[in-house]
Design a protein around this ligand. Structure first.
Ligand code: ADE
Length: 412
């Protein structure tokens, strides 16, 4: 156990040392005590960078409880170190059962939170269903990811959302970097860790050309894959085509794919009809939030129970003899088989989280129960702090240029 705690502490301190944006925010939050005594329930992927966010809030005076937002994404060394070394209330274990997963979410809610920080909207959904008794106390929440924001916007559209939620995902300093470069890199961390297979020369299908899909396709191309994109949105499909990728329906792509990675945020992207024509030996992996993008029901219907051939790879043998390989049970492979997004990326995303929480604490009384975008000023603070951390200077508008941009009479 001591060894596990040590490992977790080292991972956490490594992350802390490379999270300069969050450090600058932490120093200010600790000084001005805005978060003092505020009760925060968090459901995020429990790994080192998340630990530093939770410790940041705690060091700023908040009372924090942390559970995992996914049963397979916890780094146990970090979870244990947070609890035993740093004294933070953590409820997460890699490979927890469905019952344990929901018990842990409920345990963090038992703090009777003033604020919630969610990734995927399970915590907020529980508050609006089984734990409605706690709703009266909740003043606001943050949501980290695209999938969660889609769910919350649907709730708000039905008039069911009962407190303001900030869509952290929609900050420029989040989606442009976390979704694109973060997922772009961590998907391959997961892939390589799980399979130890080559990317170069393979036909890799990327399902979905949102910010995550763009990042995955870009990095796959850089590693020498022949990339095929599948899309349902005609504009994104054209973008993928003009970015130099082949575009085709999944039914055509599945016949020739060596690797298929889903990143669509929707369900049944790879389903029975695709598996029936799947190329023998194809490796399937998902980088979307939920494990419903690749149909495990269809895989099992065609083949029976899988054989675990590597720590994070299951082999399905179809009745006609073809094999398919599924990474990390179809759960988001960048965390379930890898270490999540790079530290410097989560530094920016979690800086937005911390500032959005502070914004809620300062302004909740004037906010409505709906989904808000992150205020523009917060994006600017994080961008400027990140530039400082990177040692990059940029130009400033001259007084004349500022005037020019505000006027309309002068054309040239
Ligand atoms: N690490 C912590 N949260 C993460 C997320 N949402 N995606 C990838 N890596 C993470």
């Amino acid at each position: 156990m001591d060894e596990l705690i040590d490992k977790g502490v080292r991972r956490l301190e490594w992350a802390r040392a490379h999270m300069g944006v969050l450090r600058a925010i932490r120093e200010r939050l600790v000084e001005d005590r805005t978060l003092k005594g505020v009760k925060v329930a968090m459901a995020l992927h429990v790994e080192a960078k998340t630990g530093i966010l939770a410790l940041t809030l705690a060091e700023a005076g908040a009372d924090v409880r942390l559970a995992s937002c996914n049963p397979l994404s916890t780094d146990d060394s970090v979870s244990v170190a947070l609890r035993k070394h740093y004294g933070l209330d953590t409820y997460a274990k890699k490979g927890e059962s469905n019952e344990e997963y929901y018990a842990n979410l409920n345990a963090v809610l038992d703090i009777r939170p003033d604020y919630v920080i969610d990734d995927g909207a399970d915590l907020i959904t529980i508050l609006h269903t089984n734990r409605r008794d706690l709703l009266g106390n909740v003043k606001g929440g943050n949501e980290e990811t695209t999938t969660g924001v889609v769910r919350l916007r649907a709730m708000a559209a039905e008039g069911k959302l009962e407190f303001p939620v900030i869509s952290v995902n929609d900050a420029h300093m989040k989606f442009m970097f976390d979704n694109r470069y973060g997922t772009g890199q961590s998907t391959f961390d997961g892939f390589m860790n799980a399979t130890n297979l080559l990317i170069a020369g393979k036909r890799m299908v990327v399902a979905g050309y949102g910010w995550c899909g763009r990042g995955i396709a870009m990095r796959a191309k850089g590693m020498g894959a022949n990339v095929i994109v599948t899309e349902i949105d005609p504009v994104r499909a054209i973008e993928a085509k003009m970015d130099g990728f082949e575009v085709m329906p999944m039914l055509d792509a599945a016949r020739i794919a060596d690797i298929i990675i889903t990143a669509s945020g929707n369900k049944d992207i790879v389903r029975r009809e695709h598996l029936e024509v799947l190329k023998d030996g194809c490796v399937l992996g998902n980088s979307g939030h939920f494990d419903n993008e690749i149909s495990k029901t269809a895989l099992e219907a065609l083949s029976g129970p899988p054989l675990r051939v590597r720590e994070s790879v299951d082999q399905y043998t179809f009745r006609d003899g073809r094999h398919a390989y599924l990474i990390a049970e179809g759960r988001l492979m960048n965390l379930a088989a890898g270490q999540g997004h790079p530290v410097e990326i989560m530094d920016m995303s979690f800086a937005i989280q911390a500032l959005s929480l502070e914004h809620l604490v300062r302004n909740h009384a004037t906010l409505q129960p709906k989904v808000y975008n992150v205020p523009e000023e917060l994006d600017q603070i994080v961008a400027r702090t990140k530039l400082e951390v990177m040692g990059v200077r940029i130009d400033e508008l001259t007084a004349e240029q500022r005037k020019y941009l505000q006027g309309w009479q002068e054309g040239t």
